[in-house]
Design a protein around this ligand. Structure first.
Ligand code: FES
Length: 186
């Protein structure tokens, strides 16, 4: 009789424990199944390699000659990558920022360690036209940078506005130097 009572107490203790274990097992299995079902949909949201290549392009800038600029299109905008000459660096390095319409120092406009490269969005900040000046034979204006002959806005080789109706410097896109000859955008 007493043994039967002990077994009954053991069963009462064991049964909920078994139930809990089965509950946890069922819930875990359900979660795994749900995850396995949902993952392909979640993974489809990840950008493909091709999409990443478009949104974060890597550009070889090794062939850009001093005093010229390469033009690419990134996210629908013209991007100018210009290589400065030593003279252009010397002419612009010590300009007092506060004397400019949109104050910016030399170091504000270039990446540390890559001071001979300037990377800007090539759109006039006044009337949003595409500026001229990538080639040394283009009309660059009095500061040897970029210009809009139509509205008279002129920029220096660092893309700082120096005259005309435009009041803002050329925008600088998000980019990183991967090496001396490679830039990644985004
Ligand atoms: S409108 Fe800017 S170059 Fe003509």
């Amino acid at each position: 009789m007493a043994n039967a009572a002990v077994h009954a107490v053991d069963d009462e203790v064991e049964a909920p424990a078994k139930r809990d274990f089965l509950k946890i097992l069922t819930v875990s299995a359900g979660a795994v199944a749900l995850g396995a079902t949902a993952w392909p949909f979640i993974n489809a949201l990840n950008p493909t390699a091709a999409e990443l290549a478009v949104s974060n392009p890597i550009i070889d800038v090794g062939a850009i000659a001093p005093n010229t600029a390469m033009r690419i299109v990134w996210l629908g905008q013209p991007i100018y990558i210009r290589k400065l000459t030593p003279q252009q660096i010397a002419d612009n390095e010590y300009i007092v920022p506060d004397t400019l319409p949109d104050p910016a120092s030399y170091t504000d406009r270039v990446k540390p360690g890559y001071e001979s490269f300037v990377v800007v969005v090539g759109l006039n900040t006044g009337i949003s036209c595409e500026l001229l000046g990538n080639s040394p034979t283009d009309p660059r204006g009095p500061f040897d940078g970029w210009s809009c002959p139509c509205d008279g806005s002129v920029y220096d080789p660092l893309g700082r506005v120096r005259g005309g109706p435009a009041r803002k410097n050329l925008a600088i896109p998000r980019f990183t130097f991967l090496s001396d000859t490679q830039i990644q955008f985004g």
